[in-house]
Every structure is written in structure tokens, then in C-alpha cells.
Design a protein around this ligand. Structure first.
Ligand SMILES: Nc1ncnc2c1ncn2[C@@H]1O[C@H](COP(=O)(O)OP(=O)(O)OP(=O)(O)O)[C@@H](O)[C@H]1O
Length: 299
């Protein structure tokens, strides 16, 4: 089902946010819908607004303009709190608690608590249950925070750069556990990350933020189908731009290489290659970025 009545994990209409009145708008005019059951790559350059969006979805912040709904509920409402889990970058945990205390707290606070999954997530990282959280490494704390989030059995799991401090083996293991959860239970996972190769095999939806606005909210297969990398004579570039969207272009002498979003069949003498998802995302992230351009317009 598509359209405004289709079930949505996230639905934003005219969404805007600023931390203080008269300050810049880290997010503005955002309108997008993410269907349920997707594994979503949330990407954007530093300061693009990813954390702000996740905090809004998790109910830690409230919109300054427009609306955001999670699973058709208001973020932070009692209904959303039982169905949505957010893993923040600061991994808010009690340092004096042991890991076992932390999981017990999860059990007490969450009616749908899945102790087996939480404990397995911790044990797979070789973390003893009697260890104090404050004495764990950052990567181990990430794993405990993830165990808490997965133990909630959320329908929507929001993860803000979860892989940043995990070792490569742990990253692979956690990613596999997340994908298994998504496949078995239909959990929608929104994952912000700068590590694009991690997203290549796992994500089937992309939310791309540029300077506080949503530039892409799309199915990955559709993105892959529409984008091509073209190499050819630079003289033909204007003709190309008249018919298609040239996302990113590199000129080298008389030759040009362009990441292009096609709108219909290609004409002309171009060498055509299929870009990876990483190529597509980097191309979109590289173009026209103006991180300093938000304050004046929004003030
Ligand atoms: N607590 C805050 N008070 C004021 N401004 C803030 C606050 N937190 C973030 N910002 C601003 O909001 C904008 C978006 O920040 P945000 O952390 O959402 O970006 P991000 O895409 O997550 O960045 P990164 O990739 O670096 O983590 C930035 O310009 C940032 O300076």
C-alpha cells in the first residue's frame, strides 16, 4: 500500500527544528515518508541534522515547526515509547550499575522485554554480566546499550552511529544481528552512519539530509536503477544536463565523468557504468553543500 494512509515508520510534514529561538534551523521544511519494515540508511555530511532528526523521532526533542510521526504516534508519547527504541551517541547508561543490573532495569521498564536477546547480545561481545558499566570500553558500552535497545523488542529501532566504536568483528556481528531481527520480526531500523560500505549490503531505503533538508527518501533499488556513471566527451555534458540530472561531474581535459540520474533513455556516445550505492551517496553528498548557508535565510 502506498499513499498518505499507508503504514509508515516515519512520516514528516513541514518538519523544522531549532535549538533556540533566533538560532539556525538544523532541520527545516522536511517532508518524507519511510515505510515500515525497511532498513534505512540515514546519511548526510557532518552537521547535516541526522542526530537532530533521530532525537526528534525518539521524542528527546520536539519539532519547532511541522510534524513528525513515528508508527503513526507522537514521538515520546506512551504508545511510541513502548514501540520505539533509540540508541544515542552518548549511550546514556548508569556507570555504577553492573551489566546484569542494566538488563534488569530494561526488564522492569519494558513490558515486552526479551531477556534472551539482550543477554545474547552482551555475551556475544564477551562482556561479563558482573562487570560495571563505568569500567567497560566505549565499544563494550555500545554493545550493552544495543542489548537494551534490542531487548525492548521495538518495532522501530533508531541507531545514531552505532558502529563508530565497534571493532570490525563486532561490527559484522552486530550488523548481522540487526539484519536477522529486521528479517524475522519486520523491525524498521534507521541507522545513521558515515561508514557507507557498512550500508551497501544492508539498507534498502535511503534518507539523505543535506544542510537540514531531505534530499533523498527513496528505495535503494530505485536509486540504483536510476543512476549511472557516464564517461564521455566534455562537449556533450550540457546536452546531458538538459535531459537528465547531473548529480556530480568531474572533468579531466576533454573527458568528463558524471554521476547522472536518468529521466528516460540516454542518447549519445557515453561509456555507461552502474554505480555502487556508495558512489551514488557520495555523489549526492559532494554536490552543492553549503553548511554555512542556513543561518541567514532562516533567521
Ligand atoms: N545542542 C545543540 N545546540 C545548538 N545547536 C546544535 C546542538 N546540537 C546540534 N546543533 C547544531 O545542529 C546542526 C545539526 O547537528 P546534528 O548533530 O544533528 O548533525 P549530524 O548530521 O548528526 O552531524 P554529525 O555527522 O557530525 O554527527 C549542527 O549545525 C549543529 O551545530
Amino acid at each position: 500500500m502506498t499513499g498518505p494512509d499507508a503504514p509508515a515508520a516515519l512520516r514528516a510534514t513541514g518538519l523544522g527544528f531549532r535549538y533556540r529561538r533566533r538560532a539556525a534551523w538544523p532541520l527545516r521544511d522536511c517532508g518524507f515518508t519511510v515505510p515500515t519494515g525497511r532498513v534505512v540508511a540515514l546519511v548526510g555530511r557532518n552537521g547535516a541534522g541526522k542526530t537532530t532528526l533521530l532525537h526528534l523521532a525518539g521524542g528527546l526533542l520536539r519539532p519547532s515547526a511541522g510534524e513528525l510521526r513515528v508508527l503513526d504516534a507522537e514521538p515520546g508519547s506512551p504508545e511510541a515509547r513502548t514501540r520505539v527504541a533509540l540508541l544515542t551517541q552518548d549511550k546514556a547508561l548508569y556507570p555504577r550499575f553492573t551489566v546484569a543490573d542494566t538488563l534488569l532495569m530494561g526488564e522492569k521498564l519494558n513490558p515486552r522485554w526479551d531477556g534472551a536477546t539482550a543477554e545474547r547480545t552482551v555475551r556475544e561481545g564477551g562482556i561479563p554480566l558482573h562487570a560495571r558499566v563505568g569500567e567497560l570500553s566505549p565499544g563494550q558500552r555500545t554493545r550493552v546499550a544495543l542489548a537494551l535497545a534490542l531487548g525492548k523488542r521495538p518495532e522501530l529501532l533508531l541507531l545514531d552511529e552505532p558502529m563508530a566504536d565497534l571493532d570490525p568483528v563486532a561490527r559484522g556481528g552486530i550488523m548481522a544481528a540487526l539484519m536477522a531481527d529486521a528479517a524475522e520480526r519486520g523491525t524498521t531500523i534507521v541507522l545513521s552512519s558515515h561508514v557507507l560500505p557498512d550500508l551497501e549490503q544492508t539498507c534498502d531505503w535511503v534518507l539523505l539530509l543535506r544542510d537540514g533538508r531531505i534530499e533523498l527518501s527513496e528505495d535503494v533499488d530505485a536509486l540504483r536503477g536510476d543512476h549511472v556513471v557516464l564517461t564521455g566527451h566534455a562537449d556533450r555534458a550540457d546536452e546531458l544536463a538538459a535531459r537528465h540530472t547531473v548529480v556530480d561531474r568531474r572533468d579531466g581535459g576533454r573527458q568528463t565523468t558524471a554521476l547522472v540520474r536518468r529521466h528516460g533513455p540516454l542518447s549519445g556516445d557515453w561509456h555507461v557504468e552502474r554505480p555502487s550505492l556508495e558512489d551514488i551517496l557520495v555523489g549526492h553528498l559532494r554536490t552543492g553543500s553549503d553548511p554555512g548557508g542556513r543561518t541567514e535565510e532562516a533567521a
